[in-house]
Design a protein around this ligand. Sequence first.
Ligand code: ZN
Length: 394
Amino acid sequence: MQIDEERQRKAREYARLRRWLSLTSNAVLGLCAVLLIIFNVDKWLRDQLQSVARQFPPLSWQPVPSWYPLQILLYFLIVTIILQIVTLPLSYYQGFVLSHRYGLSVMTLKAWFIDRLKGGGLGIALQAIIVTLIYALLAFQPQTWWLWVAICQLFFSVVLANLAPVIIFPLFYKFSPLPDGELKQRLLTLAQRAGTSVRGVYTMHLSSKTTAANAAVMGLGNTRRIVLGDTMTDRYSTDEIEVVLAHELGHHVHNDMWKALFYDSLLTLGGLFLCSLILHFVIDSWHYYLALTDPATLLFLAVLAGLYGLIIAPLSNLNSRRAEYQADEYALRATGKIASFKNTMARLANQNLAEIEPSPIVEFLFYSHPSITRRLKHADDFAQRLMASHPEPS
Ligand SMILES: [Zn+2]
């Protein structure tokens, strides 16, 4: 299998367009939030909600105002829905128009919209829980709220990662256990040789939505499993799928899910601490908001969190690329199937329209996996190391 040059031309074009769209979408989101703050819409909305709350019999716990949790929740929902509506055209263009134009999506508009509603609803519900918790902690633990939020966030992430393959992904995709056969047998042998057990291997019915192939380790603890897209099991050779399985098994053996959770939680902790310093400064020295618990601070906090997220994304990606490189190394070592590994990479590049050689800066900023060119080179280096350690008899 060779890299298809025509597909690569399209892949570069597609990647460039997607980067621009994502940049534009972030800029629009940021600009919108900043404008709402500059024109004091954040404070106006707080005043409106407080005057509504005063219409009802008082309900409060010191030191928070009457109907406080509900005010926070409504504030969050109104702001989030406004921002979602503003960015909907861009996400429609990227998620539907562009992915159809480049032949990656096979979803109908209705199916796409339903998925977006489900995804958006789920995201908003989870964020609403976190936001309400943040403001409760701001009220009752004003100095150490950031530490408690980071701990709660880690706890939520662990629970979500555990539930993801049994509750969340099935909302979007059908799963079925990989049937008994040669593939499953090969995986069990690989796992046995690695001295680990795999709780399950599933096929994920990606083909109802996309033409792209993918595989992953999902779940945590009792739900941990290896998942293969049917867009891969349908058309890759048994050797190629075995290499993919070995890569996923590598993540499994290296406990990459746990490591990523802790690493990202540390980054979150740093960010929350910075947010706390800035928020205290803005309120204690500037008196820009009424108090730490002022619902109007929500947009300000969101802008800070968004900026921090952009800054740390490359750090998170750096960690992820390192884990991917090690999983590749594991797959090459466990199977010794270097040609199949390289075939799989080329196949994935052609099928998924993956740009195989992005500029180093683009790879550093945005790539969670090493570029395919690097992964192919890794396989060649591995082959050389293997030759050096086991020279062929002449
Ligand atoms: Zn991986």
